[in-house]
Write a protein that binds this ligand. Structure first.
Ligand SMILES: *Cc1c(COP(=O)(O)O)cnc(C)c1O
Length: 230
């Protein structure tokens, strides 16, 4: 099932790329494997997936410990400061940085472990009350404050778009995140790169790619529906 799902997802990615005259190699698929057993991740790995996304620290570590070393782990969920120390030297990128306090903790732990942690700033583009993320208007200021911290490299922006029936409804938010990244990159802030845009999930990744996504985070489309314990 996973092999077939991946074929479908990859061909949709290729279609979205040709729609928007982008190169497929400029878009990276993150297999969002939260709640899914190691066996399924192994299956995706065998089908060529090397980027995996998790939203819980413990689960990420458990899977990191038993899966191959060449996997690039992405922390995509809300991150508590007291858990930063467990993952700074294990993750390829943290997508969910939305406060200076969290960034300061990442910086501290990165220095202790002598690593540089790549991060994205999570932006709540649609302004939903229920979502984490900094508002678009506050993003540049936060970027400037984080940019001076040692042990951290800002690579771009991330957003979680609203849950919608018609993915076209989210196009405006993806376009807005892209524009925000262009605006900030024009400011030429030291130690800040805005090349990465992490946006698009199972329901809307094609539209996100058309609007410039560099990472798409697809869970259900690869692994099937998630079952959460009651
Ligand atoms: C769960 C999750 C995804 C994947 O969602 P699907 O709809 O299953 O593709 C993507 N991004 C984040 C931040 C998530 O928490």
């Amino acid at each position: 099932m996973i092999a077939e799902n991946l074929r479908v997802v990859r061909s949709k990615i290729e279609n979205a790329c040709s729609q928007s005259e982008r190169k497929p190699e400029d878009v990276t698929l993150i297999a969002v494997s939260k709640t899914k057993p190691v066996k399924m991740l192994k299956e995706a790995y065998d089908q060529g997936c090397r980027h995996f996304g998790e939203n819980k620290v413990q689960e990420l570590i458990d899977k990191y410990d038993v899966l191959p070393d060449d996997i690039k782990w992405h922390m995509i969920g809300h991150l508590q400061r007291n858990k930063v120390k467990y993952i700074v030297d294990k993750v390829y990128m943290i997508h969910s940085v939305d406060s200076l306090r969290l960034a300061e903790e990442i910086s501290r732990e990165a220095l202790k472990k002598n690593v540089t942690v790549s991060i994205l700033i999570e932006v709540n583009v649609a302004g939903e009350d229920t979502k984490f993320g900094v508002s678009p208007l506050e993003t540049e200021e936060l970027v400037r404050k984080i940019a001076v911290l040692p042990g951290i490299a800002i690579k771009g922006l991330m957003t979680i778009a609203p849950y919608v029936d018609d993915p076209e409804d989210n196009r405006q938010y993806f376009a807005a995140l892209k524009q925000l990244s262009v605006d900030i990159s024009k400011k030429n802030i030291d130690n800040v790169n805005m090349n990465v845009l992490s946006m698009g999930m199972t329901g809307d990744y094609a539209v996100a790619i058309e609007e410039g996504a560099v990472f798409v985070r697809v869970g259900t489309g690869i692994f099937g529906e998630r079952q959460y314990a009651l």
